[in-house]
Design a protein around this ligand. Sequence first.
Ligand code: HEM
Length: 519
Amino acid sequence: MSSTYQLLFFPQTVYSTVLSIEVVLCAFLLLVVFGFWFAPGGLAWALSKSQARMAIPGPSGFPLFGMVFVFTGSATHRVLAKLSQSFNAVKLMAFSVGFTRFIISSHPDTAKEILNSSAFSDRPVKESAYELLFHRAMGFAPFGDYWRNLRRISATHLFSPRRIASFGTFRSEIGLKIVEEIRATMLLKGEVEMKKVLHYGSLNNVMMSVFGRSYDFKKTGDGFELEELVSEGYELLGIFNWSDHFPVLGWLDLQGVRKRSRVLVSKVNVFVGKIIEEHKRKRVNGVLGDESGGDFVDVLLDLEKEKRLDHADMIAVLWEMIFRGTDTVAILLEWILARMVLHPEIQSKAQSEIDSVVGTTRTISDSDLQNLPYLQAIVKESLRMHPPGPLLSWARLAVHDVHIGNYFVPAGTTAMVNMWAITHDEASWSEPNEFKPERFMEEDVSIMGSDLRLAPFGSGRRVCPGKAMGLVTVQLWLAQLLQNFNWVPSYAGVDLSECLKLSLEMKNPLICGAVPRNA
Ligand code: HEM
């Protein structure tokens, strides 16, 4: 810039005392950058090619950080629900977390558009999931032949109605073990903390259907080691990892997520590798003698050559099932029991139904469940009020540019559905904050993904493949627990505060009394 120009714009006195041309340039740059930050949806959106189109409403958040603090808290689903109301963005809201672009739907129509669109058939892979090799497992594998093969194999050999039914006896036995454990704890302590009891039961249930064996979770031994591996995995997958959204931090691994994941992977390789070897040893010339077809490990070993998974992929696939299938079931049951304690009239109505259909002493089996509509309504209402994945667990990723309604969404955008916001919206539900299973006796709402007012298992091609297995387990164990006990509050009462980790947990685990009904 010539000195004449400088003098024209900045009189000599001001120029020399306050401003230099560098300061002006910096101020200009800051203005431009702040302009980006204050754009609807924040920095990541401002930097995208959607700029020229109709902007999706949403908060700009903090400079550079965007809405990062929404994810570091424990009530992300509630904060996002409030934000989408206040930005008049229930159908679709945009926001940024560092350099990651997000959209979130809190409305059944746009939720359907997202979940059922082939444009959102991938998931963003967090660093922890990648390091734990989950990109080779079904939940994070990119949409394509490998993922399709895994879906097909598990739909036929793990989640088919025939296969689910074949594990019915074992499921019922675990339910009875849970009952016995509760009985023993009540005798000893006069109250019972449900979280661990349900978690161990659920872990064994998954271990049996996938690995063909169950465990004792004592202070030492395989069961103890398994529990340690699983807890570490849950923690790593649940951590908000700054490097996922700020690539420059990636190589620093400030939170130690990468290091811990690698240690865990090597332990898991040994643990699961041992189980696979045991399965191989049982075979004669590589062939399984068992007519039942064995467990899921056997199924994977029996795949035809071209579809066969290599050793590392097999471990990833098997290991993922434990993470997906264990806590969702245990946590949902804990919420349901909390509700039973809080609503004794609903509890006794469900018990009367069980007494009249099954009686007070006969062991309940899967086949009884279809005759227990009120019990099923309780499970539905609990999924509505306390969905284990309020943001549908793991998000979706736009694989190419796409439109949602009139809004343009560029490839690479992370898409979420706030199922919690939808199931608590007065536009879809009367008295949404009241626990009323009766609503499902009056109206039959499918929860399997076709009605987006209540889709706790997601929808579309990446809908939860374990939904039928998860549901039958929750219903059966709930029926057994209600048949055997009256559920009453302990001295501490019931606290319904939530804490969103990998799933939506009770912040203060349920401690209650279980009074035997047939003493
Ligand atoms: C109450 C129980 C359960 C709930 C609430 C639940 C919920 C979910 C949700 C919301 C998704 C994401 C769906 C989407 O993106 O549209 C999902 C995916 C998945 N779930 Fe479940 N789930 C449950 C039980 C299970 C069980 C028992 C298993 C297996 C043993 C399982 C295995 C999976 C897998 C593998 C995926 C990834 C599917 C893919 O990306 O192709 N889930 N689940």
